[in-house]
Write a protein that binds this ligand. Structure first.
Ligand SMILES: NC(=O)c1ccc[n+]([C@@H]2O[C@H](COP(=O)([O-])OP(=O)(O)OC[C@H]3O[C@@H](n4cnc5c(N)ncnc54)[C@H](O)[C@@H]3O)[C@@H](O)[C@H]2O)c1
Length: 342
């Protein structure tokens, strides 16, 4: 079945508020999740919602946690998420980074003790909508083996960069692994195979079986370069922000243990370097130069296409996910039929 963005949003808000998540925070979680599904990142959309419900039940996600500032300077801050919802903690962190960027030219905010935040690109979008450049990196529990090894040590360590422009949505939002782990989890749920050249089983042999891949490791994207980039992110979103690194990172895919990952958010105000209108014109000029044929896309084009498509057709829910969500509704007294229809 397909549901509308509005139905998905209402469903998430209704369930989360039953679980003592303040409405203001539930709205943020719902907005990030719906945005992921609309952009086509279903691996980080409502498919991950049951994981958050487990986290709330077990207590690894604290519904009413407030972010605290551990250290601050005019351009930087280190935030403790106190195990709140990753979406809410990162949203607050980005608000702070944008404020600092407007004041000083750059805002750099590190975060620890947070939780899985969904798609990295939601937060870099917050900056680009205000004519700022936004950069988001995070580490995750291990999934990727270093080149030459077979034991997962690095995370899928996402990277998102959003750049303001007059006429285009300019955003790269990606895992540094050949596939996001969520895509493997999604294939497992749907009983599908995964593409070739994405993952290895526990013995280090290439596999298209998502269950074997989830027990084994995911390859880095772009061979040694993806590994090298994930390695650097592991440190900048780990030890640099007082968060865990390598095998000590937990809780981004398994909600039953405390989440120890970290995030680093950077915002740059172009007006502190150049005329901001001229900057956006040059971004558009560059895009025109790049897009010399309709076969050429820029980072962000896929998301724009997907948003149009899923707004028109609705967001697909596979049968397993539909029943998982219905079970959650039943458990917390939320009327599925009233929100989504039968
Ligand atoms: N929360 C976490 O811990 C975590 C971890 C890993 C990934 N993620 C999220 O998973 C999502 C999916 O990541 P992924 O690596 O599977 O994404 P992906 O492989 O689908 O790559 C997406 C990016 O590539 C760009 N792109 C695609 N085709 C293009 C083309 N032909 N030309 C130019 N650009 C093109 C897209 O616009 C997009 O920015 C992301 O939203 C990411 O933030 C989250």
């Amino acid at each position: 079945m397909n549901i509308t963005a509005e139905q998905e949003k209402n469903l998430i808000i209704e369930i989360l508020t039953k679980l003592e998540v303040p409405e203001e925070n539930a709205i943020i979680v719902a907005d990030v999740t719906v945005n992921a599904d609309l952009k086509g990142f279903s691996s980080h959309g409502i498919g991950r919602f049951p994981q958050y419900i487990t986290g709330l039940k077990i207590g690894t996600i604290q519904p009413r946690a407030e972010v605290t500032v551990e250290k601050e300077s005019p351009a930087t801050a280190l935030l403790n998420g106190n195990h709140g919802f990753g979406h809410v903690v990162t949203y607050r962190g980005m608000e702070m980074a944008m404020k600092k960027a407007r004041e000083t030219g750059i805002g750099l905010v590190g975060i620890n003790n947070s939780n899985h935040f969904g798609i990295a690109g939601y937060y870099s979008d917050m900056a680009l909508r205000q004519d700022l450049v936004g950069i988001v990196i995070a580490n995750t529990e291990p999934a990727v083996a270093p080149i030459g090894g077979k034991e997962p040590i690095l995370g899928t360590n996402p990277l998102a960069i959003g750049i303001p422009s007059n006429g285009h949505y300019v955003s790269v939002d990606m895992a540094t692994s050949a596939s996001a782990r969520g895509k493997l989890m999604e294939a497992k749920r749907r009983g599908e195979e995964i593409p070739e050249n994405v993952a290895l089983d526990e013995q280090g042999t290439p596999t298209i079986d998502p269950c074997a891949a989830l027990k084994g490791s995911i390859l880095p994207f772009g061979a040694h370069k993806g590994y090298a980039l994930a390695f650097m992110i592991e440190i900048m979103a780990g030890p640099l922000v007082g968060a865990a690194y390598g095998k000590a990172v937990s809780g981004t895919a398994n909600p039953e243990v405390n989440c120890t990952k970290g995030d680093l958010l950077a915002v740059i105000d172009p007006s502190k370097f150049v005329d901001p209108d001229h900057f956006k014109e040059e971004v558009d000029d560059f895009i025109a130069e790049v897009k010399s044929s309709p076969k050429i896309f820029i980072p962000g084009d896929m998301e724009v296409r997907n948003i149009k498509r899923f707004k028109k057709d609705g967001i697909p829910l596979d049968e397993t996910l539909k029943y998982q969500l219905k079970d959650i509704c039943q458990e917390y007294g939320v009327d599925w039929d009233d929100i989504v229809g039968s």
